[in-house]
Design a protein around this ligand. Structure first.
Ligand SMILES: [Fe+2]
Ligand SMILES: [Fe+2]
Length: 358
């Protein structure tokens, strides 16, 4: 979140949340795209599958799911200190990410209306779901006397431009990884109910099904554009986005291991599980997946986490900014070179190309 200048009327706690939030490469981002290109996209070659998913969206299985019930009528004072800080940060980041999905899908629905009706309808129904998710998280934040000013966030956030094809790769993966993140936490807490420190996790089961369906919609859109999936360029981009999404999550979560520990989870084991599952899911669409079983895969990522830890230590040192930047350079270079090593680990070819609708 990038809200560095809170409006005057915001409560003290709010400005506190905003002032300690820093916009970094690992912060949830807001996206925009080439609406003209998206409007002209011919998806008729896979219309049947897209319509089937839209029909499922319309069933609206979670219409009554995101309702706050008496489980929330508790005092949350038992979540204190460092635990409270990382917990609130989790709510804040998740709310921002869900809200960013809502804004992108809503804008796409608006711009494509009347021009590309199938995509417009799909985006509109997905924006409905993301608005619910963001709203539910924002209400949870109010249990901790905090609230994200979503209107302010909309106006103040920087938007990153991605061409439609990159929106597809990135958003497909973020929906699928979102599904695996939520379901993995849900299943863990189902087996270890004593670790459920707050009721929002009880909602993750149906919630993650929304994300899974969203991922399926993106998969169906990509299948209608075989050029996104069936040549050397496509293989290189799939490889790039898989690595970016996995590395971003890994580096983020290892920095926030206190949050996962508060749920009785080991952040590293949790991430490895989520990455393996998402990689396998992506293998049903992408022409290549990453070799996450390669001995160097998580070893290189672990090396990167040492450097991200050093960078945040420098950021918190209170030193002069120029000196900080100079001290960070070797760590940034080291992360870059490890990511390049990871990119060049031989990928695994899937046999999807023959299944692509032509
Ligand atoms: Fe969502
Ligand atoms: Fe979603």
């Amino acid at each position: 979140m990038v809200a560095t200048k809170p409006p005057k009327n915001q409560v003290a706690e709010q400005s506190d949340v905003q002032s300690r939030s820093k916009d970094t490469i690992l912060t949830p981002r807001f996206y925009t795209t080439d609406f003209e290109e998206m409007a002209n996209m011919d998806v008729s070659s896979n219309e049947e599958e897209l319509q089937a998913i839209i029909a499922e969206f319309k069933e609206d299985y979670n219409r009554h799911h995101f309702v706050r019930n008496d489980q929330f009528d508790g005092a949350w004072d038992h979540i204190q200190g460092e635990k409270r800080k990382v917990f609130v940060e989790f709510l804040e980041r998740s709310c921002t990410a869900e809200f960013s999905g809502f804004l992108l899908y809503k804008e796409l629905a608006r711009k494509l209306k009347g021009r590309n009706p199938i995509l417009a309808e799909g985006f509109d129904l997905m924006s409905r779901d993301e608005a619910r998710h963001a709203g539910f998280l924002n209400k949870a934040m109010s249990d901790f006397d905090l609230q994200l000013d979503l209107g302010f966030l909309t106006k103040s956030k920087d938007y990153t431009f991605f061409k439609p094809k990159f929106i597809f790769y990135a958003t497909y993966l973020s929906e699928k990884i979102g599904y695996w993140r939520y379901i993995t936490i849900f299943r863990h807490l189902e087996q270890n109910p004593e670790d459920t420190i707050y009721p929002i996790f009880n909602f993750f089961d149906n919630w993650c099904q929304d994300e899974n369906r969203h991922g399926d919609f993106f998969a169906a859109m990509m299948k209608s554009q075989p050029q996104f999936l069936n040549d050397l360029k496509a293989r290189l981009w799939c490889r790039f986005f898989l690595l970016s999404v996995f590395a971003t999550m890994y580096l983020n979560d290892i920095q926030r291991k206190a949050f996962y520990a508060s749920l009785g989870l080991d952040a590293r084991e949790y991430d490895i599980e989520v990455i393996k599952k998402t990689n396998a899911s992506a293998g049903r669409l992408f022409p290549v997946v990453l070799d996450v079983e390669h001995p160097q895969f998580f070893a290189q990522l672990d090396e990167c986490t040492k450097h991200t830890a050093a960078i945040s230590e420098i950021s918190n040192s209170g030193q002069n900014k120029v000196l900080q930047t100079l001290r960070k350079i070797p760590h940034i270079t080291a992360i870059g070179s490890k990511l390049i090593n990871l990119y060049f680990i031989k990928t695994i070819r899937t046999d999807n190309e023959t299944e692509v609708v032509r």
